[in-house]
Design a protein around this ligand. Structure first.
Ligand code: GLU
Length: 283
């Protein structure tokens, strides 16, 4: 069964019109294949949440006709579909990675990380965590047991990471260029990378179709899938919706929220039709 999804973050007043374009591709691919289209809310960045944003987003998707088979509104077998309600799931999974040696605890202070980064920049090196805590894991575990705040980091293997993108072909990056990504934050919330991989796997997503701005994150996701021992979904990174001059849509220059268009009287069907046909506007 083909299962696609969109995973918007409620950090604006509504769904970005570019996200509608990506949602449409996910919806169309699922429906063409008699599959299912899922909406999952990625609300783990608590500092950027916009009050009422999630409700408006779900309503707009319905209004425009991109009905979800599973979502916070309609439920489904893998509920809840809101990441903030799935914290125990991420914690359990990340602890499994620590046990396997694929991730490690880190208690470095923001000040230490800041100094480290400045020093690396001054030396013209790629800013990367220096694995200070990796060497002292037993000691750090004791400190954590005593209540010290911590994050969990992914141990990036020193090898080439390769995957196939359905649109862009084979992509290969060197692990030595990647930072030991934080997976679990000190507030107990997962980062995007942990949440997205765990949920796409558990929710049986077969095709991850998303904007090209997420392409640089995918090698980290591949490492995570491998560390968990999970098979990969298919990946397709689609071009962003752009202005005729190829510049990015920006809140300062363009109406970017879907409701901005609907409130002007543009019919939902007309907007969907436009987004599906205007290939010229894609980079
Ligand atoms: N939460 C991400 C967003 O806001 C999802 C990216 C993805 O589809 O993996 O777009």
């Amino acid at each position: 069964m083909i299962r696609t999804r969109i995973a918007p973050s409620p950090t604006g007043k509504d769904v970005h019109v570019g996200s509608i374009s990506t949602a449409l591709m996910n919806f169309a691919w699922a429906k063409k294949n008699k599959g299912q289209f899922i909406v999952r809310i990625e609300d783990t960045d608590r500092t950027r949440l916009v009050e009422g944003g999630e409700k408006k987003m779900l309503e707009t998707l319905e209004e425009i006709g991109l009905h979800a088979d599973e979502s916070p509104l309609v439920g489904g077998p893998y509920a809840p579909y809101r990441q903030s309600e799935r914290l125990e799931i991420y914690k359990k999974h990340v602890e499994g990675l620590v046990k396997k040696g694929s991730a490690y605890y880190c208690i470095c202070s923001p000040q230490r990380l800041d100094e480290m980064r400045k020093k690396q920049q001054a030396e013209k090196k790629i800013p990367k965590y220096d694995r200070h805590c990796l060497k002292n894991q037993e000691e750090i575990k004791k400190k954590i047991a005593r209540g010290e705040k911590y994050v969990v980091r992914l141990l990036i293997p020193d090898k080439e990471i390769s995957f196939k993108d359905l649109i862009r072909g084979q992509i290969t990056v060197s692990g030595s260029n990647l930072d030991d990504q934080v997976l679990l934050k000190s507030d107990g919330f997962p980062t995007y990378h942990l949440g997205v991989v765990v949920d796409d796997y558990l929710m049986k997503i077969t095709h991850v179709i998303r904007g090209e701005e997420w392409l640089p994150s995918t090698p980290k996701h591949i490492i995570l899938y491998e560390a968990f021992g999970w098979s990969l979904p298919a990946f397709a990174h689609v071009s962003l919706l752009r202005n005729p001059d190829k510049s990015k849509l920006s809140k300062r220059k363009n109406p970017v929220w879907t409701s901005d268009y609907l409130e002007k009287g543009i019919l939902p069907e007309a907007l969907l039709n436009y987004l599906s046909r205007k290939r010229y506007f894609y980079s």
